[in-house]
Design a binder for this molecule. Structure first.
Ligand code: HEM
Ligand SMILES: N[C@@H](CC(=O)c1ccccc1NC=O)C(=O)O
Length: 288
């Protein structure tokens, strides 16, 4: 058995240089504000239901990852605006990994049985993930604009203002199309002049443009790579939506949601939404 001279068997001795006194210098917990972070789990059930902590932490970790996604997507959008394609792609690659983490983490919540959830559900009252401001920020950044969603945040001034601003700003896709136009690609003018508060809808002229890119990838490598990166992001987003739907279905069946929607049927309709429709339309044209 490994043993340091003079040390306790099966125990690692601390080295001389290791910091032990943080009374006058910054520690791990200080830097990460763990006092704030770890005091934010406040179950409402009384007597406390064992699984409420799981439910809270699953959502809080999701919100932390959503915060980073918003940060990275905003940065990717700004980089496209300044024609810095490669660093924008690096941001999107990170976004994709965050999305996969969010999707994988559904397996933790899926351990919650319907009976266990039924014990917690009354304490959730009218709260629902539908009211996640950061989730809507991600959707708006990717181009799924919906002015009606802003009204849900009239009780929360900072969230309402942030969403209202994003609603009026170009999405990541709008900025990609503006970038393409600056590079000399024939982006239809109507797309460059479009009302950014409305969702983007399929444009046949843009499908033609992407068809020429996919017909000769080597000649359009950066653009081609960006298109595929965007498809990866949409694909990952849909995977998250689908896992949510599956977990909701196995947990509450066809009950109406605490947010007031029909529940599973309402969530299923989100699977028909698309951020980058032309990048899917173009697939039919490849090789023809
Ligand atoms: C047992 C677990 C869960 C159940 C039963 C559940 C159920 C639901 C239901 C029924 C809705 C529809 C809105 C409503 O009427 O309430 C909804 C929406 C939503 N939930 Fe959950 N949810 C669960 C976990 C989560 C988690 C972990 C997240 C992560 C943040 C989340 C995020 C959302 C979001 C963003 C929406 C809006 C989706 C949209 O507009 O398409 N949910 N959820
Ligand atoms: N809408 C869920 C409740 C719910 O899941 C929830 C409640 C409060 C905070 C986050 C939630 N997660 C996702 O909607 C339900 O109808 O059971």
């Amino acid at each position: 058995m490994a043993q340091a001279p003079g040390g306790t068997p099966n125990q690692r001795d601390l080295e001389e240089g290791i910091q032990r006194d943080f009374s006058r210098s910054m520690s791990y917990g200080d830097y990460l504000r763990l006092d704030v972070l770890l005091s934010a789990q406040q179950p409402l059930s009384d007597p406390q239901q064992h699984d409420e902590l799981l439910f809270i932490i699953q959502h809080q970790t999701s919100e932390l990852w959503l915060k980073l996604m918003v940060h990275e997507l905003r940065s990717a959008r700004a980089l496209l605006r300044s024609d810095d394609l490669s660093p924008a792609l690096k941001r999107l690659a990170r976004v994709k990994h965050i999305q996969h983490t969010l999707t994988d983490q559904w397996s933790v919540l899926a351990t919650l049985t319907p009976s266990e959830y039924a014990e917690i559900r009354p304490f959730l009252a009218t709260s629902s993930g539908f009211q996640s401001a950061q989730y809507r920020e991600v959707e708006f950044l990717l181009g799924n604009k919906n002015a009606d969603m802003v009204k849900v945040f009239s009780h929360d001034e900072s969230a309402r203002v942030a969403l209202e601003q994003l609603l009026h700003e170009p999405s990541l896709y709008d900025e990609f199309l503006a970038y393409l136009a600056r590079q000399g690609y024939a982006v239809p003018q109507r797309l460059l002049d479009r009302d950014p508060t409305l969702p983007h809808t399929t444009d046949a002229g843009l499908v033609d443009l992407f068809a020429s890119v996919y017909a000769a990838p080597a000649e359009h490598w950066g653009v081609y790579e960006t298109c595929e990166e965007l498809v990866d992001v949409e694909d990952a987003f849909q995977q998250w939506r689908f896992r949510h739907l599956q977990v909701v279905q196995r947990t509450i069946g066809h009950k109406v949601g605490t947010g007031g929607s029909s529940g599973v049927d309402f969530l299923r309709r989100a699977l028909d939404l698309t951020f980058f429709p032309e990048l899917y339309e173009v697939r039919t044209r490849i090789g023809q």
